[in-house]
Design a protein around this ligand. Sequence first.
Ligand SMILES: NC(=O)c1ccc[n+]([C@@H]2O[C@H](COP(=O)([O-])OP(=O)(O)OC[C@H]3O[C@@H](n4cnc5c(N)ncnc54)[C@H](OP(=O)(O)O)[C@@H]3O)[C@@H](O)[C@H]2O)c1
Length: 336
Amino acid sequence: MKQIRLGSSFGTDNLEVHTCDIPTPGHGEVLIRVRAAALNYRDWEVINGQYHTVYGPGLVPLSDGAGEVVETGPGVTAFDAGDAVIASFWQGWHSGPLADSLHAETLGGPLNGMLGEYRVLPQQGLVKAPQHLDFAQAATLPCAGVTAWQALVTEGSIQAGDRVLIQGTGGVSMFALQIARMHGAQAIVLSSSEAKLALARHHGAKATINYLSTPDWADEVIAVTGGHGVDHILEVGGPGTFSQSLSALAVGGQINVIGYLGGKEGQINPLQILQAHARVRGIAAGPTSTLKQLCDAIERTGMTPVIDSEFDWMAYEEALNHLTSAQHVGKIVLNV
Ligand SMILES: NC(=O)c1ccc[n+]([C@@H]2O[C@H](COP(=O)([O-])OP(=O)(O)OC[C@H]3O[C@@H](n4cnc5c(N)ncnc54)[C@H](OP(=O)(O)O)[C@@H]3O)[C@@H](O)[C@H]2O)c1
């Protein structure tokens, strides 16, 4: 089998194609023929040595993947050969709150990821894919989809009629838009691009704001919500957007800190948090139970993830460049 690994130095052009034996599943394990792997911003950071944890040579990157079960080890009861399955990003976080002991168990660093033809994983770290999704669509769910669901549903208890502010039109953001709509909530989407905002409206955004032409977008958010502000925010901008997010929040609203695309350091005014009665929490994707809930909801509603583009997996360099060019809306997928 072939797999792609980090080379002796960082950078997309230092990834190496390796040939190795197809692994054998042990007790409780499942051998998967990987059919698709989806890109996340984190993957680019890992490959370039810019993630908050630096991983060494030999790591197989990419956190998200889906494929077909080809063989099950002794003791596997949940899956059979031929099942379409999705790998959970947090292999050891099965359900409930995040615990310190789980920190070293995520795919694509420190555990080997999904950029190979085969992967053996424990049955507890897998979920059956929704039947109407193809492998490319199924592969998009573990990081971006789970993060949006964990923020809005598991932690946020989103209700019909809630107002949700979504920053950007990338992978997490488009899932958040679809999940908000699925729950009867109203989504307001920020983007740097009018074309992307038009696509967001096409996918059901109630209001859209261009954060480049309206840099003080919090005022506009307050205006389009009739003075109420928003009940949930998916914060991906970091220090550049956090203060505006606090200004756009309804009293008692929730801010989910998910990304820090604008940098890692900035100023916080605690008084703003106090005055808004804000609930601010970090979201680190979610457990396998969240992936299962997301899959169930997708199957029930017939939702399909928004895929921007698909590449052959050997065109990984081109696909990663497309991710960093920020031209995309939704997910970028490699077909293996
Ligand atoms: N905590 C977690 O568990 C978790 C999970 C997944 C991702 N993340 C993080 O979340 C962030 C987004 O991930 P992703 O996979 O969705 O990335 P992505 O697909 O690359 O999308 C990033 C989007 O962010 C938007 N953006 C950038 N700067 C912005 C700003 N100042 N204001 C508003 N929007 C801005 C851009 O939107 P436009 O192009 O529309 O302007 C861009 O499309 C990354 O930082 C990633 O590391 C965290």
